[in-house]
Design a protein around this ligand. Structure first.
Ligand code: HEM
Ligand code: NAG
Ligand code: NAG
Ligand code: NAG
Ligand code: NAG
Ligand code: NAG
Ligand code: NAG
Ligand code: NAG
Length: 301
């Protein structure tokens, strides 16, 4: 695997590159532009760098001077509402779905935390929850970014749960949580020179796939069964009865977590949540998509 620093420099250098042709995926285009050999190893290296930077924030200087706070940064805001996603990753909240019908606390920073990520790795070892989560993210974003070598030798296929709704079910994520996460992915990509048009394209796709509450079941990877995918649990053509009630996760010690989010507007009865205040339901996820890339705010959808 190429050293992250080299990759970053290579990426930044291509900032002024030509426009991506319509018949080439974002993954293939930037892998070719930056690493020349558009093979499985290089595609995974590129996605790894984007995911690692989105998760922990910038760890190498970038010529474009774009600050990426990171998904794990505490006390952040998104569209004026506070966001603290670290609590979902460090075991503070009983919010992961282990199939037992309630949220469970898991520390996903159990194998080196941020340090191995700065070295282009998922974790120190390869048996931890951190290893599993990060490698699953590299694989899944290979699908989302259209990597042509995904699933071939050198770029393992996704081995996690194919229903993003199921994975994130007990997190009770709201539009600000979701928007912040997507924004970090966009900022990370922007910091490496990914063109604005491509950021909008990917951000819009993430919003459409995962950000319309009550969307019908769909498949993400080719050939995969259709499952529920909404992460931020208002949608055109909503079938809200498919989705369970949304309840805030408890703290790992079992006590109720009181959260900090702004109120939403009215929404279908099937998905009311206490997270935005008693009985106030979660609203549209996708229309909140604000991507601050290169000093510009985009409103998608
Ligand atoms: C576009 C948005 C997102 C995508 C595509 C995405 C994708 C994924 C994927 C592929 C996994 C691995 C699932 C598995 O191993 O079976 C995962 C796990 C996880 N995600 Fe997300 N995610 C998104 C947004 C969020 C947000 C907003 C949060 C907020 C905290 C979040 C928190 C987590 C956590 C804590 C896990 C570990 C859960 C577990 O393994 O049980 N994700 N996500
Ligand atoms: C994309 O289209 C161009 C011409 O418009 C063609 O030269 C190129 O081979 C195509 N690339 C792929 C990967 O199909
Ligand atoms: C991809 O190309 C790089 C050189 O750019 C090489 O080191 C690596 O082994 C190649 N990977 C595969 C799967 O061929
Ligand atoms: C986040 O905010 C809390 C409460 O205001 C504070 O105790 C904590 O130190 C802050 N954390 C960081 C990293 O700034
Ligand atoms: C986001 O913030 C702007 C400005 O404060 C506000 O007008 C807009 O309604 C907010 N969007 C949502 C969905 O809360
Ligand atoms: C995991 O790490 C061990 C020890 O470093 C190594 O022998 C093994 O091949 C690794 N397994 C995978 C799947 O990378
Ligand atoms: C919702 O349903 C209408 C009529 O069936 C269809 O025209 C429209 O494209 C659908 N919208 C979405 C976002 O699926
Ligand atoms: C449970 O943990 C939370 C968060 O760390 C803390 O605020 C709360 O006081 C704890 N409750 C009990 C009963 O220990």
């Amino acid at each position: 695997m190429m050293k992250p620093t080299l990759l970053v420099l290579a990426l930044a250098a291509t900032h002024a590159a030509a426009q991506r042709p319509a018949n080439t995926s974002v993954c293939d285009y930037y892998t070719t532009a930056l690493l020349k050999d558009n093979n499985a190893t290089n595609q995974e290296a590129l996605v790894t760098l984007v995911v690692n930077t989105a998760v922990i924030g910038n760890f190498t200087p970038n010529k474009l001077n774009i600050l990426v706070p990171g998904i794990l940064a505490q006390n952040q805001t998104y569209n004026g509402s506070s966001v603290n996603l670290a609590a979902y990753f460090d075991g503070s909240l009983a919010s992961t779905n282990n199939g037992g019908g309630a949220g469970v606390s898991v520390n996903f920073l159990d194998d080196g935390g941020a340090t191995p990520l700065t070295k282009g790795k998922p974790s120190n070892g390869n048996t931890s929850d951190q290893y599993k989560l990060l490698t699953h993210l590299y694989e899944y974003f290979g699908i989302l970014l259209g990597c042509s070598q995904y699933g071939k030798p050198g770029y393992p296929a996704y081995a996690g749960d194919i229903s993003m709704y199921s994975v994130h079910k007990y997190m009770a994520l709201d539009p600000y949580d979701f928007g912040y996460f997507v924004q970090q992915v966009a900022l990370s990509a922007a910091s490496f020179g990914v063109a604005e048009a491509d950021l909008e394209y990917v951000g819009g796709a993430l919003g459409n796939l995962f950000g319309h509450r009550c969307s019908a079941a769909t498949s993400i990877a080719p050939g995969e069964a259709a499952t529920l995918q909404v992460i931020c649990i208002t949608a055109p053509n909503a079938t809200c009865s498919l989705y369970a009630n949304v309840e805030d996760p408890k703290f790992a010690n079992g006590s109720a977590s009181s959260t900090q989010h702004a109120s939403g507007t009215s929404a279908p009865a099937a998905t009311s949540s206490t997270k935005n205040g008693a009985g106030v339901a979660k609203t549209m996820c996708g229309s909140l998509m604000v991507l601050f890339a290169m000093g510009t705010a985009y409103w998608l959808s």
